[in-house]
Design a protein around this ligand. Structure first.
Ligand SMILES: [Fe+2]
Length: 347
C-alpha cells in the first residue's frame, strides 16, 4: 500500500496520495494547484498512474489542483453529488464506493462545513476533509454551512467509527498530522457539548474572519471545467435533442464511458456499449475494440456531465478516429432533455 500525506504550508492543506502498489493506479485527495508539479513528480517516481483526483468539498482557502491534474494526466475529477463546481466529471453520494485498482473507499456524506462536504473511509483510516479537524472542526458560517448538519455528521457518522480509526483531515494549522476518532471524542474542545443546540451556539459565536483567499479561491474552484465549448466549436459535439434522434441508428455507436456503479444508479442510453474511460487508451489503440468499431460506425461518447467524453473525443481525434464525437453535457443533459433510459441489469 502506498499512502502519502503531502502538505501545502501556505494554506495548511493536507493532500493524500493513495495506491495499492508501485506501478499501479493512484488517486489523490484535496490537491492544491501550486503543488501540482510536486505531486506529478512523486507520481512519476513511484511509477503510478493517476486515475482520480478528488476534492472533499469546494475549498475556500486555496485553488484546487483538480483542473491542472486533469489537464496533465487526463484523470477523472471527483466530488460529491451536491457539488456545483464545473470541473467535476464524476459525482458520488453516500453509500457509494470511490475506487481505483486495489483501493476502495466508502463514501460518507458529512455536510456542515459546506453542503458538499464528504468524508472517505478506507479501512483503518478516514479522510475527514474539513468536517472533523484535529482538535477542531471546520467553520460553518459560509458556503451553505450548517452547524446542526455538522453536529449530525460528526456525532452520528464519524464518531460512530471504531475509536482507533485514524483521522486524516484536509487541514491543520498547528502541526498535527493525524489523530484518532477516540482521541477526538475525548479531547476535541468543540465536541465537549451536550446537545446540538450547544454545538450550534458554539459554532455561531466563533466570529472568524473570512479566509484570505476566499474571494479568489471560491470563484476559481467553481469554474475549472474543460472547455466543452471548444470541442463543440470543432464540430465534435452533439446536443441531447440531436442525439435522441440517433438512438437505434445502425451508423452510430453510443459509447458509455462511465463506471459500472454510475450506470446502475443513473441508467444508460438504450443500446449503448460500455467502455469505461479508464480503458480508453487501449480501446482506441490499434487492435482496440473502439478502433475496430469506428471503421463502420460513428463513435458517440458519453459520460455523466460531458467532461470525460470531451477528453475522450480529443484523445480519439488525436488517434485519428475522425468520426468521434460526444454528447455535450452528458447524461445530465440527456435526462434534462428527457432522453430514454434503460438499466444495465435489466438486460
Ligand atoms: Fe474547507
Amino acid at each position: 500500500m502506498i499512502f502519502r500525506q503531502l502538505f501545502d504550508s501556505v494554506s495548511g492543506t493536507y493532500t493524500y496520495l493513495l495506491a495499492s502498489r508501485r506501478g499501479g493506479e493512484a488517486l489523490i485527495i484535496d490537491p492544491v494547484i501550486e503543488k501540482v508539479d510536486r505531486y506529478l513528480q512523486l507520481i512519476g517516481e513511484l511509477d503510478l498512474k493517476l486515475v482520480k483526483a478528488v476534492d472533499t468539498h469546494l475549498h475556500a482557502d486555496h485553488v484546487t489542483g483538480l483542473g491542472a491534474l486533469r489537464d496533465r494526466t487526463h484523470c477523472i475529477t471527483v466530488m460529491g453529488e451536491q457539488s456545483k463546481a464545473d470541473v467535476v466529471s464524476m459525482r458520488l453520494s453516500e453509500g457509494e464506493k470511490l475506487t481505483v485498482e486495489g483501493v476502495s473507499l466508502d463514501v460518507l456524506y458529512t455536510p456542515g462545513h459546506t453542503d458538499d462536504s464528504y468524508s472517505y473511509l478506507m479501512g483503518d483510516r478516514v479522510f475527514t476533509g474539513d468536517t472533523l479537524l484535529i482538535r477542531g472542526t471546520g467553520r460553518t458560517d459560509f458556503q451553505n454551512g450548517d452547524p446542526r448538519a455538522q453536529y449530525d455528521s460528526i456525532f452520528n457518522k464519524l464518531l460512530r467509527l471504531p475509536e482507533d480509526t485514524l483521522v486524516f483531515p484536509a487541514h491543520d494549522y498547528k502541526g498535527d498530522s493525524v489523530s484518532t476518532i477516540g482521541e477526538e471524542r475525548a479531547f476535541n474542545p468543540r465536541l465537549q457539548v451536550k446537545s446540538v443546540d450547544e454545538y450550534a451556539a458554539l459554532m455561531n459565536n466563533l466570529k472568524l474572519p473570512n479566509p484570505k483567499m476566499m474571494d479568489v479561491a471560491v470563484p476559481a474552484n467553481m469554474k475549472v471545467g474543460l472547455a466543452q465549448d471548444e470541442i463543440a466549436r470543432r464540430g465534435w459535439a452533439v446536443h441531447a435533442a440531436e442525439a435522441m434522434r440517433l438512438v437505434g441508428s445502425p451508423d452510430v455507436a453510443f459509447i458509455d464511458l462511465r463506471e459500472k456503479g454510475e450506470r446502475e444508479k443513473h441508467g444508460e442510453i438504450p443500446g449503448s456499449l460500455h467502455a469505461p474511460y479508464g480503458d480508453l487508451r487501449v480501446n482506441i489503440a490499434p487492435g482496440g475494440v473502439l478502433r475496430a468499431l469506428s471503421a463502420n460506425q460513428r463513435l458517440l461518447f458519453y459520460c455523466a456531465f460531458g467532461e470525460r467524453s470531451a477528453m475522450a473525443v480529443q484523445a480519439a481525434q488525436d488517434a485519428r478516429l475522425a468520426s468521434a464525437c460526444h454528447l455535450q453535457g452528458g447524461m445530465d443533459a440527456w435526462k434534462k432533455a428527457q432522453g430514454p433510459l434503460e438499466w444495465p441489469q435489466a438486460r
